[in-house]
Design a protein around this ligand. Structure first.
Ligand code: IVH
Length: 707
């Protein structure tokens, strides 16, 4: 054998040995060699690869170390959407779910798989011809971020799978940070005076979304695979339990505590026993997941509103504690809402220190009869904001004060303005920031400041504008927004785009380099997709999903701004409340001025053929510009599933046939739409033709998204 061949052989051998030990250590938790011996093997491989770079392969164990930073993550379109789960918080809710399933299936006996619900971050891993090619976050369920490099640093994720695995498949799982790793990470951050992560889930999410994968590599992340997404080219088990065993045989890390159960009672027992032993496992579980085992039954049950009917998360009861309510504060939100919150004597509940809790509104405080000075029962469920359950009436001394929005807001306003007089408050609540009257609109629970120019609202709106999910302006956080606002350098979000370096440098503690970074991030945000801009504007009731829908429908902000309530209510799922709020937003002169300023600054306010997400260029999706209308019943999937697929591939799903309709998909028992299509001469597709078209589009997409 020649030298070159010998090297090749040795490299192969080293990789196999290292992979084997990786698997023993990271997946099975049962190492066979010492860390030093392992390091020795890795060192030899690294040296050989350095001498022979032509022999480096993407699945070599040396490739886990972390690649050079990427500008921003690209987008991955999920072939099948990643769903979320409905919750049950009590046995009654679990039983109600079980009954629904029983009724839908027309039978009471079906197996269920029970698994711990890990509190981490969902990811999808795609393998093609034995290699890990893509790792993505869940994102909005249809499109996630491409975080392949980062996921490759997690040792329990196989970079390659055995030859007999399906040629193409996707697995899904939860990336998490074990409790000990979380604690250590926060200790290190405390030493470096960095902000601490609130819980292991946030820490895990923050770690995998690092642009520099060498940072991810240093975080002790782990994964549990909890399902097979899809597979092609080879038959896979027809039930969840066996598919989990199958994935285990391919080298994936499966939670050892998953169990096959046969009845509702057995699920309840599983939940109970987990509730008791959850502290003993090294990771955070906030409940169990029960899944119908048979894939055929899963398909029969289908999904509603992003949630499968065949699975449910059955949460563990919340952890409770008691403490004193020292005072009630009030924040003014970006829509002017006055949000009361509890100022608590700090207390540890379920391993987390809690010093404040949401109080919702005045009515709620009175309904629960919570008084300032009370001892209260606090509860924390998962990562939900802590809540006051009830006051402990038996511990009252008589000195407790009943909360009044009118008196409290006046007191806070006076404090802020440094007014000391003892004069009576006005006979209405005021905004604690600007002193204007606050009103409680008919049918609403919240008080709102009536001053559209209220500085607190303006600042909150700017903070929202720069936040993740909105314009995501890196390096411009809440503190910087506040500093810029207080220095009078910005009055609204659009002013950010007119900042000069000089102005930034006039702020305290702003160095030349950071000022340049800030300006670069602001500039980069000009290319955000339209949906982000719509969300960033902070229109009351318009969250990320509605923003997505509006951007999809209107193509450009000017069209949205011109829309009437009638126009808006033709969009499915936009109700009168949202329509009214959108119209009211664009009626305000101040908001139109902001949009004009954004326009002048060349912020993208329309949908482009090529959407830029982050800094990565994403080619337009294969079905972009094509509108589908479905009629009749399809055999392969339910209507929402079909519509989800069309949307994930960039197409539109309409409800009425018009000149804009590209195709009418005709299932069995089509309605009157078929006749209309024929009249208008719209192209029709049979279900088979539709499936072919989807397949082709998926193929195109994979070409587009492969590097
Ligand atoms: S199954 C349709 N199994 O919980 C099934 N999810 O609240 C959807 N999760 O997005 C997921 N442990 O990130 C499943 N054993 C488990 C899980 C699990 C944690 C997460 C997952 C999902 C979220 C839904």
């Amino acid at each position: 054998m020649g030298d070159a061949n010998k090297v090749k052989q040795r490299i192969k051998q080293l990789r196999e040995t290292i992979n084997h030990h990786n698997y023993r250590y990271y997946v099975l938790d049962s190492p066979e060699i010492s860390d030093a011996e392992y390091d020795e093997l890795l060192k030899e491989l690294r040296e050989l690869e350095a001498e022979h770079p032509e022999l480096v392969t993407p699945d070599s164990p040396t490739q886990r170390i972390g690649a050079p930073p990427v500008e921003a993550f690209g987008v991955v379109v999920h072939r099948d959407p990643l769903l979320s789960l409905a919750n049950a918080f009590s046995y009654e809710e679990l039983a109600a779910w079980h009954k629904r399933v029983t009724n839908l299936l027309g039978r009471g006996q079906f197996d269920l798989v029970c698994e711990p619900k890990i509190d981490g971050l969902a990811v999808a891993l795609t393998y093609v011809d034995g290699l890990l090619v893509t790792g993505a976050t869940r994102g909005d369920g249809y499109r996630g971020e491409n975080i392949t490099q980062n996921l490759k640093t997690i040792r329990s994720i196989p970079l390659s799978v055995p030859k007999d695995a399906p040629p193409r498949f996707e697995v899904r799982g939860e990336v998490y940070l074990p409790r000990a790793g979380f604690k250590k990470l926060n200790e290190e951050r405390a030493k470096e005076q960095l902000p601490l992560f609130a819980n292991p889930r946030n820490a895990a999410a923050g770690s995998v979304r690092q642009l520099d994968s060498s940072i991810t590599a240093r975080r002790p992340l782990d994964i549990f695979i909890y399902g097979l997404g899809w597979a092609e080219g080879k038959a896979v088990p027809d039930n969840h339990w066996e598919s989990m065993q199958y994935l285990k045989s391919l080298g994936f890390k499966i939670n050892p505590n998953i169990a096959l159960r046969h009845s509702l009672d057995e699920v309840e027992k599983y939940h109970e026993s987990w509730g008791q032993s959850r502290e003993k496992v090294p990771y955070e579980a906030d409940g169990i997941v029960a899944k119908v085992n048979s894939i055929a039954l899963q398909q029969e049950l289908g999904t509603v509103a992003h949630e499968p009917r065949w699975a449910i998360a059955y949460k563990f009861p919340a952890v409770q504690g008691t403490t004193r309510l020292l005072d009630i504060g009030i924040n003014v939100g970006r829509t002017g809402s006055l949000n009361p919150y509890a100022i608590l004597k700090p207390v540890r509940v379920g391993g987390v220190t809690i010093s404040s809790a949401a109080l919702h509104n005045e009515e709620d405080i009175h309904r629960k009869d919570i008084r300032i000075g009370d001892w209260v029962v606090l509860q924390r469920a998962g990562d939900v904001i802590p809540e006051i359950v009830e006051p402990i009436v038996s511990r009252r001394t008589g000195k407790e004060e009943i909360f009044s929005m009118r008196e409290k807001t006046w007191e806070l306003y006076k404090q802020r303005k440094g007014i000391s007089g003892k004069e009576e408050p006005p006979d209405y609540p005021v905004c604690p920031v600007c002193g204007s009257e606050a009103i409680k609109p008919e049918g609403e629970a919240m008080h709102r400041c009536t001053n559209a120019a209220c500085p607190s609202q303006a600042l909150e709106r700017i903070k929202h504008f720069v936040s993740r999910g909105a314009m995501d302006i890196d390096g411009v956080g809440e503190k910087l927004c506040q500093a810029l606002f207080e220095a009078g350098l910005i009055k609204d979000a659009a002013d950010l785009y007119y900042l000069t370096k000089q102005q930034l440098l006039s702020l305290e503690r702003m160095a030349d380099k950071s000022a340049s970074n800030v300006l670069n991030s602001i500039k980069a945000s000009k290319a955000r997709p339209l949906a982000r801009v719509v969300f960033a504007l902070g229109i009351t009731h318009v969250g990320e999903q509605y923003a997505e829908l509006l951007a999809e429908h209107f193509d450009r902000i000017d069209n949205l701004a011109k829309a009437t309530e009638d126009d808006l209510s033709t969009i499915p799922s936009i109700g009168p409340k949202i329509a009214e709020s959108i119209v009211a937003f664009f009626r305000q002169k101040g908001n139109i001025q902001i949009i004009e300023k954004l326009k002048k600054a060349k912020v993208k306010l329309e949908k482009g053929e090529v959407e830029k997400v982050g800094e990565g260029l994403v080619p337009s999706l294969p079905l972009a510009g094509r509108e589908f209308v479905l009629t009749g019943k399809l055999d392969s999937f339910s209507r929402p599933e079909a519509e989800a697929k069309i949307k994930a591939l960039g197409g539109k799903a309409g409800s009425d046939i018009s000149r804009k309709t590209s195709y009418v998909v005709v299932g069995t028992d089509p309605g009157s739409k078929l006749a209309k299509a024929e009249k208008l001469g719209t192209k029709t597709l049979s279900e088979t033709e539709f499936l072919e078209l989807l397949d082709k589009a998926v193929g195109k997409l994979q070409k587009l998204s492969s590097p």
